[in-house]
Design a protein around this ligand. Structure first.
Ligand code: ADP
Ligand code: MG
Length: 173
């Protein structure tokens, strides 16, 4: 199996962390759309949003998603990638989509421990747990409808990787 694997889910669900570990486990190449987008723009996401607005950021995100997609690649996506129907269709049609699902409490705990402020503009200006709750309430259904597999992402990264590999094997059988 060399189809691209797309990891989707809320901020802090582990797309980057688990993606890197999954890449090592299956010998794929790792790409993070947020990192690729920032490298191409030569600006941070915070700067892009501030200078160009969210819709320009979303347009850059769609272009990045399509340009990085190739065989044998694990693609960690930005949390809002599923807001665009174009992105949802593209991922479903061009690879296997995994939703890393974790409860609000776990996401909030991770983001509070590692806020990485400069890289992650808050979407609402509210406290982290409240924002995570609201954003997940809006997006959970989109993550689920886009995913081929929903995986529990609240365990350690190695455990999440094992769950993903199991889901992929079932899919191939
Ligand atoms: P995302 O890319 O989905 O926003 P990250 O991979 O950047 O998430 O993870 C956010 C934070 O949570 C990081 O500090 C990371 O070390 C931590 N983290 C991610 N996945 C796990 C996990 N499975 N268990 C514990 N901590 C994790
Ligand atoms: Mg990430």
């Amino acid at each position: 199996m060399t189809q691209p694997i797309f990891l989707i889910g809320a901020r802090g669900c582990g797309k980057t962390t688990v993606g890197e570990a999954l890449t090592r486990a299956c010998g794929f190449i790792f790409i993070d759309t947020d990192q690729a987008l920032q490298a191409k723009a030569q600006k941070s996401i915070a700067e892009i949003v501030e200078e160009e607005g969210w819709s320009a950021f979303r347009a850059r995100e769609t272009a990045t998603l399509q340009s990085v997609t190739q065989p044998a690649t694990v693609i960690a996506t930005g949390g809002g990638i599923i807001l665009s129907p174009v992105n949802r269709d593209f991922m479903r049609n061009n690879g296997i989509v995994i939703y890393l699902n974790a409860p609000v409490s776990v996401l909030a705990e991770r983001l509070e421990a590692f806020p990485e402020e400069a890289q992650r503009p808050t979407l609402t200006g509210k406290p982290i747990s409240e924002e995570v709750h609201e954003v997940l309430a809006q997006r959970d259904a989109l993550y689920r409808q886009t995913a081929h597999h929903v995986v529990d992402a609240s365990g350690a990264p190695e455990a999440v990787v094992r769950e993903i590999l199991t889901a992929l094997q079932v899919a191939r059988a």
